[in-house]
Design a binder for this molecule. Structure first.
Ligand SMILES: [Zn+2]
Ligand SMILES: [Zn+2]
Length: 256
């Protein structure tokens, strides 16, 4: 069985709703919707938001930028800029996608998506330079600041926000007897960003890790994804308070 989003275009039935919707407009998925398809971190607002659709600015199909489903409001968020790199059959090019995220969502989601594209080796050095030139001058430092080895969107976000506070951190640090901790600030302040697996048995394991780390002279601050993303002020206050008391500097004097 095949579906026909528009005349002359056929897709397999397991094609995503967003792709079918974009094809109906003679467009392709774009921005954060395309980023998800590329496997990039989007720090997004959930799947319920409308598809971001790009339609070539010279193209004027009847279902673009009008209200396709009367009374239901906009079915897509449209992007109409000139492409930076060519689209494929269903999505904008990766550089175009990243530039759209910077414009549509701002610096933080752009930075997280960029670091994941770098980690997945979807962008080479030449493309990185093209991207740098394509975004506003005041955001270009983000392209220079991005690393190839960021482990998650949460890490990208945390590193960027702490950089704004003049703090740098090391990620995925092996600590003897404790295991690999998410981040270390200074030489002895551990920041753990817990996912959803830290209940039940995981919860006990976390306490063991904290105790083992404390025995070695580390201090641990533990946050979860929701706190970091939605209640940053509180997280920032906790980190700055710890730093003001020098909890990130050990007596061994290893200050960095
Ligand atoms: Zn967008
Ligand atoms: Zn639509």
């Amino acid at each position: 069985m095949l579906l026909r989003p528009r005349n002359g275009v056929y897709v397999l039935p397991d094609t995503s709703e967003a792709i079918i919707e974009s094809l109906r407009h003679c467009g392709v998925i774009a921005c954060v919707t395309a980023a998800r398809d590329y496997g990039l971190w989007t720090l997004d607002r959930g799947a319920e938001e409308p598809a971001h659709t790009w339609v070539h600015p010279d193209h004027r199909p009847t279902r673009v930028a009008i209200e396709p489903h009367p009374g239901e409001g906009a079915c897509c968020l449209f992007h109409r800029e000139t492409p930076l790199d060519p689209p494929d059959l269903q999505r904008v090019g990766i550089l175009h996608c990243l530039v759209q995220i910077q414009r549509c969502r701002g610096d933080e989601p752009f930075f997280a998506a960029l670091e994941s594209a770098l980690r997945l080796r979807q962008i080479d050095v030449g493309q990185r330079e093209i991207l740098r030139e394509a975004i506003p001058a005041e955001s270009r430092w983000l392209v220079d600041f991005a690393r190839l080895d960021a482990d998650s969107g949460l890490e990208s976000l945390l590193r960027l926000r702490l950089h704004h506070l003049g703090l740098s951190l090391t990620s995925q640090v092996p600590v003897p007897g404790v295991g690999v901790v998410d981040f270390v600030l200074g030489d002895c302040l551990i920041l753990e960003a817990d996912g959803e697996t830290h209940d039940g048995a995981g919860r006990h394991a976390d306490r063991v890790r904290d105790a083992a780390a404390a025995a070695l002279g580390f201090n641990t601050l533990r946050f979860d994804y929701a706190l970091i993303v939605h209640d940053w002020e509180l997280v920032e206050a906790a980190i700055l308070s710890a730093v003001s008391r020098n909890l990130h500097r050990s007596r061994a004097g290893l200050t960095w």
